[in-house]
Design a protein around this ligand. Structure first.
Ligand code: CDP
Ligand code: MG
Length: 641
């Protein structure tokens, strides 16, 4: 067990920054009477949320200002209540729609179903949602629509002025996700053409000034504006007073060598020693979340986890598992939710009293010089650390265990994260998902759309393998059963076949180290992709085992990711064809150590080196076929006399 500051031996530390400010403040009288655990009527519960007191103020600002910025801490009711206030005030009359965007799909589904429940309507009718591959709305009925900011951007392609929306609420703006930032830029333009449109920008942190000055009209425009009687173009800012409880912060005394192990043992000792209350653990992604779930489950052999309900939470989790996370904890039990930073601000979990913060999250980084974008595990910012800690103080005073030293927090953590737009490759935002779409289109020509769609669905999962520590060897052996000489994409096809032949059995998955949840989710995505493909006139057809055409279709879409093995390379060094960057096949790939001469990768991850994940071998002549403009055959030109 890692050493934390012990309560009692020293004063509990409520202070977490150099300015010496107390971070979490005590609650207002409103919430102290009840924990909000769902016994009160829906209306009572709604009235208890901090935003309720601001209902009139919010509606007034929306009426009178083109843009309203609303700041309030997580759980104050911004997402679930404001769209309802707007609807009650008539903003959805005359066939208009109120939109509320979220950076994450899981959050979209969860808040939409919560709002439908509060309004007593069927999800998909008056209240609906749209995420990629899933549209749960009704053209005639839906008045409040939750959607990812990415989906709203996509809608702009058909309807550039977003004319069906009366109010667009851009939620979680503090996250500065890539799509949010692009969306804000475009909405500012739309506003000039549609003065009747109202924007609400909501955020959990006080970064409102920046956003406000972005939406401020220029002096010249302001002068023009005084003529008409439209809303005030100057944005209004409203801050909703929160209701957090005190959260005691504990730091490890020495840096931990392995945050996963440290997180697991911290959970076990909280469970042993602390009063009832749920635990929220922040890790980085599906891989380490699955590993932690496994480690914690194994503890049942030593009887150390009795009464502990272990629940993973990441986007891509099947619906039924999401519901478990949000359902109330049975009496006498303790939930431990192991989450990515999705639980940092986008989702409110009710009974959390303890937070275990690894100090890391997966972040996207882009190097414009090498043209390489990668998802890497990186330290979080102070702002994130505070948000994470705040999750422990929702229902009563809580505790947050930081798996890093106080010194590190004070001296080394950056104050705020870098907005995603500054660390991403913008291609995929400018052209929506060009590579996979191109592959699916090409598969039509090659007569292998069924296979390519299956591959696309499996590639969209973070990982279909269960990788727990200490079982790497067994996993490698299991992979051999499915491994295809052509590479990972074809291996995916074998896994899919096996899964279907097993009758989609979870036992079969378990035996083969395959993540059952990921497979179930992949089947859903596959069905959606098939529907979309059919709508685009693609004929669903199988190549009946002619794998060469599948590889050609992948080459047609992913030609930009082609790499060539360095001649005489003894350690498997590849160079990207486009920019001559050094890359290596990831050890998780079935082509690791096989090192075919020419490969195409699906994505890159960087740790100590740039690794290619999900790799397939190709024939270089296909590259010229796929993209002649890209790979011109460089024959020496005859010299003219
Ligand atoms: O957006 P914000 O973080 O300000 O709060 P919210 O998501 O609107 O959540 C307000 C309240 O609704 C939370 O305190 C939860 O009690 C409840 N809620 C829920 O029970 N289930 C959900 N899926 C979402 C919210
Ligand atoms: Mg929210």
């Amino acid at each position: 067990m890692s050493q934390f500051w012990k309560p009692g031996t020293e004063r509990p530390r409520l202070i977490d920054d150099e300015e010496g400010g107390v971070l979490f403040y005590s609650t207002s009288a409103l919430s102290s009477s009840s924990s909000g655990y769902g016994f009160a009527s829906v209306e009572k519960q709604r009235q208890r949320l901090p935003v309720y007191k601001y209902r009139t103020a919010i509606l007034y600002l929306v009426e009178t200002h083109a843009t309203a910025i609303i700041v309030g801490e997580t759980g104050s009711g911004k997402t679930t209540q404001i769209p309802q206030f707007l609807k009650e005030a008539g903003w959805a009359e005359g066939g208009r729609i109120i939109a509320c965007t979220q950076p994450r799909r899981l959050a979209v589904q969860s808040v939409a179903s919560r709002v439908a429940e509060e309004m007593g309507v069927k999800l998909g009718e008056e209240v609906g949602y749209t995420i990629r591959f899933e549209d749960v709305t009704n053209t005639d009925l839906t008045r409040i629509k939750f959607l990812t900011d990415g989906v709203l951007l996509r809608e702009m392609m058909d309807d550039p002025l977003l004319s069906k929306y009366s109010v667009i609420m851009v939620d979680e703006a503090h996250e500065r996700s890539l799509s949010t930032d692009i969306l804000l830029g475009l909405l500012k333009k739309i506003q000039r053409r549609r003065p009747e449109l109202r924007l609400i920008i909501s955020s959990a942190t006080i970064e409102a000034k920046k956003i406000s000055s972005f939406f401020s009209p220029s002096k010249r425009r302001q002068a023009l504006q005084t003529e008409d009687h439209g809303p005030n173009a100057e944005p209004a800012i409203l801050s909703v007073e929160g209701r957090g409880f005190n959260v005691e912060i504990f730091y490890v005394e020495d840096p931990v060598p392995d945050y996963l192990q440290a997180a697991v043992s911290t959970v076990l000792s909280i469970h042993d020693q602390e009063a009832m209350g749920d635990i929220l653990m922040f890790l980085t992604g599906q891989d380490d979340i699955d590993a932690a779930v496994q480690l914690l489950s194994e503890e049942s052999r030593n009887g150390r986890n009795q009464g502990l309900i272990i629940l993973p939470l990441y986007s891509g989790l099947p619906r039924a598992d999401q519901d478990l996370v949000f359902s109330p904890t049975p009496r006498g039990k303790r939930k431990v939710v192991i989450s990515t930073n999705i639980a940092e601000t986008s989702l409110t979990l009710e009974g959390i009293v303890y937070v275990v913060d690894s100090g890391f999250s997966k972040q996207r980084f882009y190097n414009p010089i090498t043209d390489i974008e990668s998802l890497i595990v990186a330290p979080i910012s102070k702002a994130s650390a505070r948000q994470r800690a705040g999750r422990a103080g929702r229902v009563r005073p809580g505790k947050c265990y930081r798996l890093y030293t106080e010194q590190y927090f004070l001296k080394e953590m950056s104050a705020e994260g870098i907005p995603e737009i500054q660390r991403s490759n913008l291609v995929s935002s400018v052209i929506q998902d060009p590579m996979i779409s191109k592959t699916i289109l090409a598969s039509n020509q090659y007569g292998c759309s069924e296979e390519v769609i299956t591959i696309a669905a499996l590639l969209s999962m973070q990982s279909i393998w269960i990788s727990a520590r200490g079982t790497e060897k067994e996993l490698d052996e299991v992979k051999l059963r499915f491994a295809a000489a052509e590479g990972d994409h074809v291996t995916f096809l074998n896994v899919y076949k096996g899964f279907i032949q097993s009758n989609k059995s979870s036992k079969w998955c378990h035996k083969n180290f395959i993540n059952y949840n990921a497979m179930k989710r992949a089947l859903e995505v596959r069905e959606q992709l098939r529907r979309i493909a059919q709508r685009l006139g693609i004929v669903l057809k199988s190549c009946e085992g002619d794998i060469q055409v599948v590889r050609k279709a992948i080459t047609a879409g992913f030609f930009a990711n082609a790499c060539r093995l360095e001649p005489y390379s003894y350690n498997g060094t590849y160079k990207t064809v486009r920019t001559s960057q050094e890359v290596y096949i990831h050890p998780s790939s079935v082509l690791f150590r096989v090192n075919p001469k020419w490969v195409i990768y699906n994505s890159l991850v960087s740790t100590d080196r740039q690794y290619m994940r999900n790799v397939i071998s190709i024939d270089p002549s296909w590259l010229r076929e796929a993209a002649p403009h890209f790979y011109q055959h460089q024959q020496p030109k005859p010299i003219a006399h």
